[in-house]
Design a protein around this ligand. Sequence first.
Ligand code: ZN
Length: 459
Amino acid sequence: MERQNAWKKYKGKQLKEIESLAKSYKDFLNNGKTERECVKTSIAMAKDAGYKDLAEIIKKGKKLVPGDKVYAVNMGKAVALFNIGTQKLEKGINILGAHIDSPRMDVKQNPLYEDSELAYLDTHYYGGIKKYQWVAIPLAIHGVVVKKNGDVVNVVIGEDKNDPVVFISDLLIHLAADQLEKKAGKVIEGEALDIIVGSKPLEGEEKDAVKANVLKLLKKKYDMEEEDFLSAELEIVPAGDARDAGIDESMIMAYGQDDRVCAYTSLKAFLDVENVKKTACCLLVDKEEIGSVGATGMRSRFFENTLAEIINLTEEYSDIKLRRALAASRMLSSDVSAGYDPSYASCFDKKNASFLGRGIVFNKFTGSRGKSGSNDANAEYMADIRKILDEQSVSFQTAELGKVDVGGGGTIAYILSLYGMEVIDCGVAVLNMHAPWEVTSKVDIYEAKRGYEAFIRFA
Ligand SMILES: [Zn+2]
């Protein structure tokens, strides 16, 4: 049962559409290297499509009617959008969910120090990374510094052509005999992921003059003091834009495609649909890479609370209506899948692997070593989904993440399935997942967007 390569379906106008979607996706990636930046970009896109801030509607005491479109923001790091349908909410809603946080390094709260006339920022990595991949490459600093008076200063260093970049040093090969004997997980230790940010001493300063100079520059550019690091969220990410990959320009190489490739295609598909029978929701959440924890992760009550607000604004609220709405809902929980890599063939079951170019990937279950931690989607639900996709000629494939006993991974699917709703994992195949530069296929991005749109229209 082999699935066809989706490129074979397309020519002319459709190839142009694939290219134009790829271009807007690359723009989304370039503007959104943190969850906060992704939320900002998503809200701008939603506003362009006529979406209104739910908080404003609640404040003004307005009601919602079919055709209304609203968004709710959770602490600037997660967002839920709703397109109100004609059917009662108790009948359930159609949800497209994805996460907008990506593996990276976070700056510690007391980060700045000087050693041997080099200034460093100390970091704590976020999510699963192969630490050795993050040294000796150009890095950028993205985030916010919040002052005691509440002012939020946005920081982006390393993306503009004229900006400096920062970096983590690696040991030269000539002295690396001992280092190369170490296991890959230990070659670079977590505590060694310190970013070099300066080497020039401040004139007239005796002690820690390089650090003093960095602080002077931060004061000048961002009006920040050293103590302001205490209330900052600064994320260290690979510097530079998303690029086409391959001589045939069939792929995209970029940072943060896990899971922004699903977030962007979900959002784009969601915004492209106007009037719906069943209320539609697009849910973009934070903290998936560290277990969906915290107020902005999927395990928080944000989604449930927002749906309660929506019920309250469309009809008389009751708890049973909310419970029924949740249990009757359907969701595509979208996260990336491991694309089959011939160079590492032994880690995959080729019959049950996802391939670049074969369309949107469905994982009936994720989890690891005996389905542990997985949401195992119902066969009945999968049957409905494949019917919809076949009717709309959307290319899709099914896969598991690697061989049974090799590893695995989690997504947000199991959290929403706790409400009793139908949830299945799906997404886009990625090469180099969780590396600084991840790779996807343009045709898969196109098929994902088409698949999500079909789900919102017909599920
Ligand atoms: Zn991930």
